[in-house]
Design a protein around this ligand. Structure first.
Ligand code: GDP
Ligand code: FE
Ligand code: FE
Length: 198
């Protein structure tokens, strides 16, 4: 992947400049994760008729804001007048939905398809573009991920993207419920749209 050059269509700078800015914001562990997601997004984009550069950039930036402080997120929610219900949630939900605003403001990425894919990468949405699905699934199956279900999810991702979305959505909800976590309403909407039979 290191040989892939950017075109200037989505980011005004080189891949090395973009990755440098992202690396500055993240721990080594998470930086490795976003490289894996970017690579997986590139591969899944080629298989599903999506622009591979657009998908790779979305993968690189998807967790850009993950290590910002709660105070930074709260400030951004107020500054951008985002839905005040967001204040009832935390980093897990903020780093995608609010994270997109940091990506716009700090990395100057304005492509709405990339920003929406970041917004939807954690809980999905009832209607997801192919790019949204690629980022959602790549986050789950990138090469550094290791959990029992990934051995099922990874081959599924390459064989059938939508089936991988269904698998991930169902298993993430089961996991959250098994630990009595609060479920973000959009996660239920994603479940109803992709998993529920009727
Ligand atoms: P990561 O950023 O690469 O770790 O992956 P994600 O963005 O997919 O998930 C971030 C965290 O959000 C994980 O710990 C998920 O389990 C959690 N998460 C996903 N959906 C929900 C939800 O509906 N509610 C809550 N409370 N957490 C969620
Ligand atoms: Fe994330
Ligand atoms: Fe991630």
């Amino acid at each position: 992947m290191s040989e892939i050059k950017l075109s200037n269509r989505f980011y005004h700078g080189t891949k090395e400049e973009l990755l440098g800015k992202i690396k500055n914001q993240l721990s080594d562990f998470r930086y490795k994760h976003i490289l894996g997601v970017g690579q997986t997004c590139h591969e899944l984009a080629k298989l599903n008729g999506v622009d591979p550069e657009q998908a790779m950039i979305a993968g690189f930036v998807h967790d850009y804001a993950k290590e910002k402080t709660d105070e930074q997120f709260i400030e951004k929610i107020k500054e951008k007048k985002l839905d005040s219900d967001l204040l009832n949630w935390g980093n897990s939900i903020w780093h995608g939905v609010v994270g997109a605003e940091f990506i716009k403001d700090e990395l100057k990425i304005t492509d709405e398809e990339i920003l929406n894919a970041v917004r939807r990468h954690t809980v999905g949405a009832p209607e997801m573009t192919t790019l949204d699905q690629i980022v959602y699934v790549s986050d789950y199956v990138e090469p550094n991920r290791s959990f029992p279900d990934v051995e099922i999810a990874r081959p599924l991702a390459y064989a059938n993207l939508k089936q991988a979305v269904i698998f991930e959505t169902k298993h993430t909800l089961q996991f959250l419920m098994s630990s009595s976590s609060k479920i973000y309403p959009d996660a239920i909407l994603t479940y109803n749209a992709f998993v529920a039979e009727n």
